[in-house]
Design a protein around this ligand. Sequence first.
Ligand code: FAD
Length: 470
Amino acid sequence: MGHQLRPLAIVSASSMPTSLISRNVAVIGAGASGLVAARELRREGHKVVVFERENQIGGTWVYDPRVEPDPLSLDPNRLIIHSSLYSSLRTNLPREVMGFRDYPFIAKTDKTRDPRRYPGHREVLFYLQDFAREFEIEDMVRFETEVVYVGLVEGSKKWKVRSKKKRGDNDVEVASDFRFFDEIYDSVVVCSGHFTEPRVAEIPGISSWPGKQMHSHNYRVPEPFQDQVVILIGSAASAVDISREIAHFAKEVHVASRSVADETYQEQPGYDNMRLHSAIECVRDDGSVVFQNGRVVLADIILHCTGYKYHFPFLETNGIVTVDDNRVGPLYKHVFPPVLAPWISFVGLPWKAVPFRMFELQSKWIAGVLSGRVALPSQEEMMEDTEAFYLSLEASNIPKRYTHNMADSHFEYSNWLAAQCGCEGFEEWREQMYHVSWNSMLLRPDTYRDEWEEDLLISKANEDFAKYTA
Ligand code: FAD
């Protein structure tokens, strides 16, 4: 992907400010990105408050067995469940690749822990809890406090942050179940995640199709699919896992993918009841589903594993930052809106990446820019760079919704961030291990988590980890 990776001016030693400027910073969210943002901001000398609407840290990694009442999550007034994890989920990256640089995600011997290289979701939550404890991050977090509004204070570059917290039993005023707080911050770092608001496939004829529909956001366990004929739309990591899990219960599973040729119709090795098709052409009111390959299947349920929308219901920037066809923009390097930089920033928007390490580098960059240690280009230069990036996507026929898909540019991007901060980029072993594991997932989706041959890379990783764990 054509990122314009022009070098940034780093404040040179001679022009380095004698002391770093400390800002009051609000971080929204205490998932992996908010936790590491809080750590990096505090390390740089900023005063940090982390707002978290749930009662614990971890975000996505806090498994919730509940599902939303609306299985497609279309109702804006529904009860929102944050996490999209399913019960059986194991990581799709090996733990060596996943962890933060100086706090490796190593296997623990404690019996309550999951020592596998691709552990279950609970182990990731434990790791994030260990991380938060080690760096005393919870001291900065206000739990059960949801940010409902973030907007510029008129005539200044500061931000008003309005949060709401459920009243305690001892509160006497009962006009509302919530108490609201307005505060002013120098800067806001948005770490609210983007795997909660489902994207649903548009299918001709769907309004009169009589079957059931749901989104993978509301998928937890396979048993309800017993003896059903299931159409599963999608081909990303969750679709690969869920289709296989459901196939052990369902009568038939038909996977519809728009990334295969129109004539595709393939049996899936190892499964006698699962077929891969090209995309759905239309559905009919007799319950049938017509694929682009010409096949017609009478189905009970359509399961959309079609990804998520960026959604910032609290953010009011007078139209300066918008979400257009899943492009959050304009953003310089997926982080700073040029007109509002560096006073508002986003951590964690890019996908198809190595998330935790990338969050760490984005956070270091933001922290360094806010303290004055790292310089940003001018507003005009950042805008020019961002527009050039968007034009390069257009020229390659890449739709807007793939703006934050890092695909092959992930390592280049992360190393660029590292260079801005004056810190080391991705370790060679991590990059190689990422590629090896990704290819294994594509080639051996049923076994890649338990069978591997990268022992040499693992020992290089462990050598590196010894620097931090000794
Ligand atoms: P989140 O974890 O979503 O955290 C955001 C936090 O912000 C939440 O705690 C939320 O409550 C809070 N919040 C949101 N809005 C507000 C508000 N208005 N006020 C206050 N608080 C708010 N990554 C990997 O590295 N390996 C994997 O194997 C992997 N598997 C995945 C599988 C699935 C099904 C999904 C959905 C994602 C997976 N990921 C994986 C990606 C994963 O999402 C990231 O690793 C990471 O956890 C995202 O962290 P985050 O902090 O950006 O967002």
